[in-house]
Design a protein around this ligand. Structure first.
Ligand code: UD1
Ligand code: CA
Length: 450
C-alpha cells in the first residue's frame, strides 16, 4: 500500500512572538518541520504534502531544500485541521493509498508508533488515530470510548464535564485511506465551540457509516508540541537528552553528557569520546575512536577515525579530517581537508585549503584566503612543514616535503622539497641595550615629564 504524509503547518504560531514561522524554529539544529517529516519517513512515503499558510515562502523554501519532491499547498485561512487536510486533496488527486496526518510542530513521534498504526491499518481498521494517556490532560481533545470501542473524539471546548474527566487524549495524528479521509473531511461542519472544521470529527462520521475505527496508544512524551519559546526550550532539552542517550547506547563516551549538544543529523561512531562542553552543530560525522576535546564547536565537519580535535577548536562547514589527523587549541578550520596524520596543533586558521597527509601546520599559521572580494585556495603537500606564523597568501601551493620558515609570508608556490624563507635578516648590535635605554631616559628628562 502506498503512503502519503500530510504535514499540517499552517497555524500562525502566534504564541512564539516571532517573525520566523513556528515550524522553522530550530530544534537539534534543524527546523522543527524536519523532525515531523523525518518521523514519517519510516513509512517510506511515496508522497509528502506540506500544508502551510499564506506568506510562508520561507517554509516552502525550507521544505523544498529538505526534499524537492515535497508538495507545498497553501491554506489561505486557518479554518481548522479538517479544512487543512482538505487542502492536500488536489495535490493527491492521482494518489491512491494511505494518508498519514502529522503536525509540523510535533517533533517526537517515534517511528515504532507510526509502524504500529500501520499494522492496525493492515489489520483492517479504516481509521487509526493516535492517542495517549495523560495525568494532566488539559485542553487536549478527548478520545471517548464505549466498551472498548472508539466512539468519537471531542474537543475540550465542546466536551461535557464528564467527558473532560477522560484521560485518554488525542495526539492529532491520524491514518486512513486518503480518498476516504478526504471524503469524510468534505462533509465536516464547523458548528462547534471553536467554529472550526475539526479533523477529529471524521471519527464519529466514520463510525456512523459502519467503518472500523481504532486508537493506537503512545507515550505522552511523543506528542509534545511546540507553541511557545518555553516549550521550544523544553523540547530542545528532551531532544538533547534522547540524542545523548542514543549516542551513549551506541558506544560513545561522554564525560559530562549534560554539557554536550548534538544535532538532529549528528553521526557518532563507536568508541568516540566527547569531552565536556562540546557543541556539534548540524552536519557533523565523527568516526570511530575519534576524540573531541572540551569546548570545541563543530558544524558541517567530518572527523575521521581516531582523529583528535580540541580543546577549544572551531571546525566550520566543509572541514574534513582524515583518520589520525590532529587539530589542537584555538585552531579554526573552514572548507578544508587535512590528510591522514596531518596536524595543526595550535592557534591557526586553515580555510579553503587542502593539507596533505602528515603535514604539520605550525602555531600562528594563517591561510590568507580572502582578498576582500574573492576566496582562493591553499594547497599544502604531503609531509610539508609550515613554520610557525607563516602567512600563506592564496592562491598558493606548498609542495610535498617542503618547508616554510617561521614568520614567512608565502605568496609564490613552493616546489616539492624546497625551503621558502621570506623574512629580513637578523641584525645583532652588541651592547646596544644600555645605549638605547640611556637615549630613552635622556629624551624623557628633556620632556620634563615626571
Ligand atoms: C488538535 C486536535 C486535538 C488534539 C491536539 C493535539 C483538532 C480539531 N483538534 O487541537 O484533538 O488533542 O491537536 O495537539 O484537530 N493547523 C493547520 N490549519 C488549521 C488549523 C491547524 O494547518 O486551520 C495545524 C497547526 O499548524 C498545527 C496542527 O494543525 O500544526 C494542530 O492545530 P492546533 O490548532 O494546534 O490544534 P489543537 O487545537 O491543538
Ligand atoms: Ca496545538
Amino acid at each position: 500500500m502506498l503512503t502519503a504524509l500530510i504535514v499540517l503547518a499552517a497555524g500562525r504560531g502566534t504564541r512564539m512572538n516571532s517573525d520566523l514561522p513556528k515550524v522553522l524554529h530550530p530544534l537539534g539544529g534543524v527546523p522543527l518541520l524536519v523532525h515531523a517529516v523525518g518521523s514519517g519517513r519510516c513509512l517510506s512515503p511515496d508522497r509528502v504534502v506540506l500544508v502551510t499558510g499564506t506568506g510562508s515562502d520561507a517554509v516552502a523554501k525550507s521544505a523544498k531544500a529538505l526534499d524537492p519532491e515535497i508538495d507545498i499547498v497553501i491554506q489561505t485561512r486557518q479554518l481548522g485541521t479538517g479544512h487543512a487536510v482538505l487542502q492536500a486533496e488536489a495535490a493527491l488527486k492521482d494518489f491512491s493509498g494511505d494518508a498519514v496526518v502529522l503536525y509540523g510542530d510535533t517533533p517526537f513521534i517515534r517511528e515504532g508508533t507510526l509502524r504500529r498504526m500501520k499494522v492496525a491499518r493492515e489489520a483492517g481498521h479504516d481509521i487509526v488515530v493516535l492517542g495517549f494517556e495523560s495525568a494532566k490532560p488539559g485542553r487536549y481533545g478527548r478520545i471517548v470510548m464505549d466498551g472498548g470501542r472508539l466512539v468519537r473524539i471531542v474537543e475540550f471546548r465542546d466536551a461535557t464535564e464528564t467527558e473532560r474527566t477522560i484521560t485518554l487524549c488525542n495526539s492529532g495524528i491520524v491514518m486512513a485511506d486518503a480518498e476516504r479521509m478526504f471524503g469524510l473531511c468534505r462533509g465536516l461542519s464547523n458548528e462547534n465551540a471553536g467554529g472550526e472544521y475539526y479533523l477529529t470529527d471524521i471519527v464519529e462520521r466514520a463510525r456512523v457509516r459502519g467503518l472500523k475505527v481504532t486508537a493506537v496508544i503512545c507515550d505522552e512524551r511523543e506528542t509534545l508540541g511546540v507553541n511557545t519559546r518555553a516549550q521550544l526550550a523544553h523540547a530542545e532539552a528532551v531532544f538533547q537528552a534522547n540524542a545523548r542517550k542514543g549516542a551513549m547506547d551506541s558506544g560513545v563516551t561522554m564525560v559530562a553528557p549534560d554539557t554536550v549538544f548534538l544535532s538532529y543529523d549528528t553521526r557518532l561512531g563507536p568508541d568516540c569520546l566527547l569531552e565536556p562542553n562540546v557543541i556539534l552543530g548540524p552536519g557533523v560525522t565523527v568516526e570511530a575512536h575519534a576524540t573531541i576535546r572540551a569546548f570545541s564547536h563543530l558544524e558541517g565537519a567530518h572527523i575521521g577515525r581516531g582523529a583528535v580535535v580540541g580543546p577549544f577548536a572551531r571546525l566550520r562547514p566543509g572541514t574534513n579530517l582524515s583518520s589520525g589527523a590532529k587539530v589542537g587549541n584555538f585552531v579554526e578550520i573552514k572548507n578544508a581537508s587535512l590528510g591522514e596524520g596531518a596536524k595543526a596543533g595550535h592557534l591557526a586558521y586553515v580555510g579553503d585549503a587542502q593539507v596533505g597527509p602528515d603535514a604539520n601546520i605550525g602555531a600562528g599559521t594563517v591561510t590568507c584566503n580572502y582578498n576582500g572580494v574573492e576566496k582562493h585556495r591553499t594547497e599544502i603537500g604531503a609531509r610539508a612543514f609550515i613554520g610557525s606564523d607563516t602567512m600563506l597568501v592564496a592562491p598558493v601551493r606548498v609542495g610535498d616535503d617542503a618547508i616554510t620558515a617561521s614568520g614567512s609570508v608565502i605568496t609564490k608556490d613552493v616546489p616539492d622539497g624546497a625551503l621558502a624563507i621570506t623574512r629580513a635578516d637578523q641584525n645583532i648590535k652588541p651592547g646596544a641595550t644600555r645605549r638605547l635605554l640611556e637615549l630613552y631616559r635622556r629624551s624623557r628628562a628633556k620632556s620634563g615629564k615626571p
